[in-house]
Design a protein around this ligand. Structure first.
Ligand code: AP5
Length: 218
């Protein structure tokens, strides 16, 4: 089994879409901090309540809360795809330590390269199955029946943070706080590869499989 992978990219770059594909095809375990936080909010946990105002503004939830939440997800079989985590240099450093403490190697990172101008259209047209995290796009990747998940027939919803003003803040936050991780993974062990995230879903999946070398593992 290949090692743990960090999917690094702006909101709307396609991390969740690709994580689901790799999970289905190669048996990775997906750890999406955005999905976990939305579950906490739906259940009304203390963490969910603490995260709410940050998420509504499109700001990052404090590192200490996120790192504690991820620590609880690390036990279990198989390699992990981290989707939307880490998002700050302190989170990246903490992940390296958490994995080393468990005798796992350092994760490699894949950067999803895409122009900011393409991201708003992706986020404004997104529809999600809140129970499974599966994502669609009304134009680029539509379900067979509008508003209904192809797989479980349940209703699709639009995320409350996919509004123009919140999207703009999320993209600013990404550039300021998460882009430094590109240098972090390059400089700490040459652990970064990039994919061109502007192509079709299948095209990006193809690049990703090559970039992480998973096609040779199965
Ligand atoms: P999170 O849920 O992680 O959202 P995000 O990073 O903003 O990422 P997205 O889910 O918006 O985008 P994606 O790259 O997964 O794109 P997707 O595949 O859906 O985080 C939400 C919030 O939680 C944050 O703002 C923050 O408050 C908090 N949070 C989460 N993690 C945190 C952390 N570690 N630290 C602190 N705070 C944290 O695709 C988007 C759309 O495009 C879809 O409609 C899809 O169908 C379409 N699409 C995908 N690929 C393609 C393609 N190749 N061509 C055309 N369309 C495509």
């Amino acid at each position: 089994m290949p090692g743990d992978i960090v999917l690094l990219g702006a909101p709307g770059a396609g991390k969740g879409t690709q994580a689901q594909i790799l999970r289905q095809r190669f048996g990775y375990r997906q750890v999406s901090t955005g999905d976990l936080l939305r579950e906490h909010r739906a259940k009304g946990t203390e963490l969910g309540k603490a995260a709410e105002s940050f998420m509504e503004r499109g700001d990052l939830v404090p590192d200490s809360l996120i790192i504690k939440m991820v620590e609880g997800e690390l036990e279990g079989p198989g390699a992990v795809l981290f989707d939307g985590f880490p998002r700050t240099v302190p989170q990246a450093k903490a992940l390296d330590v958490l994995l080393a403490d468990r005798g796992r190697g350092l994760p490699r990172a894949v950067y999803f390269a895409i122009e900011r101008a393409a991201l708003e259209a992706r986020l404004l047209g997104r529809w999600t199955n809140p129970r499974t995290g599966r994502v669609y796009h009304e134009t680029f990747n539509p379900p067979r029946v509008a508003g209904i998940d192809d797989e479980d027939g349940g209703p699709l919803v639009q995320r409350e943070d996919d509004k123009p003003e919140t999207i703009a803040n999320r993209l600013d936050v990404f550039e300021a706080q998460t882009m430094p991780l590109v240098a972090y993974y390059e400089e700490h062990g040459g652990r970064l590869v990039s994919v061109d995230a502007t192509g079709s879903v299948e095209d990006v999946a193809h690049q990703l499989v090559h970039a992480i070398g998973v096609e040779h593992a199965h």
